[in-house]
Ligand binder design. Sequence first.
Ligand SMILES: C[S@@+](CC[C@H](N)C(=O)[O-])C[C@H]1O[C@@H](n2cnc3c(N)ncnc32)[C@H](O)[C@@H]1O
Length: 477
Amino acid sequence: MGDDFQAKSEAFMAWLANSTATVNNKIALRDLRELDAGRGVIAVADIAEDELLFSIPRSSILSVENSALVNKLPAIFEDLDPWFSLILVMIYEYIQGNKSSWKSYFDILPTEFDTLMFWTEDELAELQASAVRGKVGKEEADKSLSETVIPIIRSHEDVFFPIDSQAKQLLSDLDLLALAHRMGSTIMAYAFDIEPAQTSKMTDEEGYASDEEDEALPKGMVPLADMLNADADRNNARLFYERDILIMKALKPIKSGGEIFNDYGPLPRSDLLRRYGYITDNYARYDVVELPFEVVRKVVESVAQIKPSIVDDRLEYLDEQGVIDSGYDISIQDYQQDIIEHMSPELVILIEAILLPQAEFDRLKSKGKLPKADKLTVQGAKVLLRLIRARIAQYATTYEEDAGDISNSMDCRGPVFRSEKRKRMAKQVRTGEKWILKEADRALSVVIEETAKTNEGFAKRNENSPQTGPNKKRRVA
Ligand SMILES: C[S@@+](CC[C@H](N)C(=O)[O-])C[C@H]1O[C@@H](n2cnc3c(N)ncnc32)[C@H](O)[C@@H]1O
């Protein structure tokens, strides 16, 4: 079975060889469907650290810059963001069929996805109270694609549809919407942010760039570079941007037979599922639970010793100071360390600000100041504990109910039916989140008990600790 699959892989590699790409003969594109991992790149001989795996000319990248569409309709791209621009280019090139330079590449790109955008309501319900459900954005995507991409195609049908093709007659608006979703989801799971030949992008000392920096970069589909699967622990290759070519290099020695892995950055499993449609335990350490602002608000209102209108005033001030967010993350890690390390600093500030006596709050406000993010009082810890428990109660089942059942099937691979597989992945996500909440509950309870005796503030935040909370950064791909 799957000869078509193999033939397509071979045609793709032949197409690549016809460009000025170079591919090290120690690597090969392989069928990894038995591992439920589609295609992947493996080493067929031992590879040394820093060895070049392949290089792709910038001219082979499927991007706005390289597509004939930009010459035919330059004006449509003027105010269009990188996503919609690349979606349009991909639809255009796809519709050109054999006439597109990227035909062999399209032949190996997916037509179906397990990303959350394509899950049924029934499947999404298995995520229970995970905040990721609110991030799928299906309706918003339907609306924005229908209002931007489809009208552009319809008003330039002469350009988008080749005269001799049936596509114009055959593709209804609904078909175009489905095609736009397919291209959008391909971009989400496959595209790279293409750094210009001369980069001015700011990264921090760990090599992370802010989301804003990445969003500004044009997106492009980089053939072969996107055939690497990814793994947080087994990452052994990385793409480097040079003036005329992009180079994939080994970051460490790779043994013959080993898979070559990229890294998608420190993504919680919920986001891995949303963006890439798969999960592995190796990303569990990046899991977070979001405490939605509405839950925070309800809890602080219920515990505050002040009138609701005063709570509102304080929240307004906190908003001016940039403390209010749609949600606050708590992360996993090791609760032997200070619990406060794993809480969003803004959440601690918010809770402590609500608990302050009025005179103290007024004093801070008059100086434009805020309570310290590194000091949580016992009262603050109690509020946090209520918050954690309110969040736990939002999930339909308990950690214990879920955990027993997934222990032997954490990898979720193999020949299971698609819907069952999705539900099992959802269960892994929600169980990971419940574990964080359970650990936070345990750690807070211990700390409250111990520190209640002294009534001192506790849990100093280590100034050198990594940033947590809503402003997390992403590693440059
Ligand atoms: C950039 S592509 C990698 C190539 C892909 N396997 C293919 O056949 O086209 C990303 C997609 O590969 C799959 N994938 C990536 N890493 C994986 C892994 N470690 N295990 C299973 N699937 C993986 C996911 O479906 C993801 O959306």
